[in-house]
Design a binder for this molecule. Structure first.
Ligand code: PEP
Length: 249
């Protein structure tokens, strides 16, 4: 059985003190749910988040990591550094890492392998640009990102993979994929995994949708059979909104 997951990606938002306030609010409002709840503060705030959430159902996760074990990579953070502060899950391949920081499919494939080698769980993000959808190339783009980023993995590695389909045109834009568009792509992704591996692996992987999920649209998107939750940007910065989205699952 695959997990339902709602993860908040806080990006480069919230100072140390602002994060403490938000975590306090989230803790106070967390509903009774079987869904996994994750939040991804910035690296500098992660140790404090871990301490504050030690006995919470909310899991602090990282937004990124480097593929190298250690070395001359100024400004980067390794898997061991994440593990050293108790972090067990890392987001990789977010569209902002791809488009602003130039992370290619090849680099991401290396990051995934490095994270899994350390037993980190990976939330792997991918999705097409607006031009790809307009030119009806979105399925090809998504298949290509999956193939290059993940289809080199052994079957067993998939137990530590969570997918986040995030059409780039819907991220931070207020424009959301319709529930039908999300379901269509998630079903396509699951079939691609089934074709490459097998139906059990495909059935067991959680596929989150990301792109302007809000309290008002979450329930409808989450009602689709292949949508197992959401990766939430803007709405995860507000405790009421984020917990309303958690309740919607
Ligand atoms: C994201 O950045 O992963 C995201 C989905 O952002 P938003 O919810 O703000 O569109």
């Amino acid at each position: 059985m695959r997990s339902k997951i709602v993860a908040g990606n806080w990006k480069m938002n919230k100072t140390y003190h602002e994060m403490e306030i938000l975590l306090g609010e989230l803790e106070a409002k967390v509903p009774d749910t079987e869904a996994e709840i994750m939040v991804a503060p910035s690296f500098v705030n992660l140790p404090r988040a871990f301490m504050m959430l030690e006995s919470s159902v909310i899991e602090p996760i990282a937004q990124n990591m480097h593929f190298a074990e250690s070395g001359a990579y100024t400004g980067e953070v390794s898997a061991d550094m994440l593990l050293g502060i108790g972090i067990e899950t890392v987001i990789l391949g977010h569209s902002e890492r791809r488009s602003i920081f130039g992370e290619t499919d090849d680099v991401l494939a290396k990051k995934v392998v490095a994270a899994l080698a350390k037993n980190l769980r990976v939330v792997f993000c991918f999705g097409e640009e607006l031009e790809d959808r307009k030119s009806d190339n979105h399925f090809n783009i998504v298949a290509d990102q999956l193939t290059k980023g993940l289809f080199n993995l052994e079957a067993d590695a998939w137990k530590n993979i969570v997918l986040a389909y995030e059409p780039v045109w819907a991220i931070g834009t207020g424009e959301t994929a319709s529930p039908e568009q999300a379901q269509e792509m998630h079903a396509f992704i699951r079939k691609a995994i089934s074709d490459k591996y097998d139906a059990t692996i495909a059935d067991n992987v959680s596929i989150l949708y990301g792109g302007s999920v809000k309290p008002a649209n979450a329930a409808e998107i989450f009602s689709k059979p292949d949508v197992d939750g959401g990766l939430i940007g803007g709405a995860s910065l507000n405790a009421d909104d984020f917990m309303a989205i958690v309740k919607a699952i």
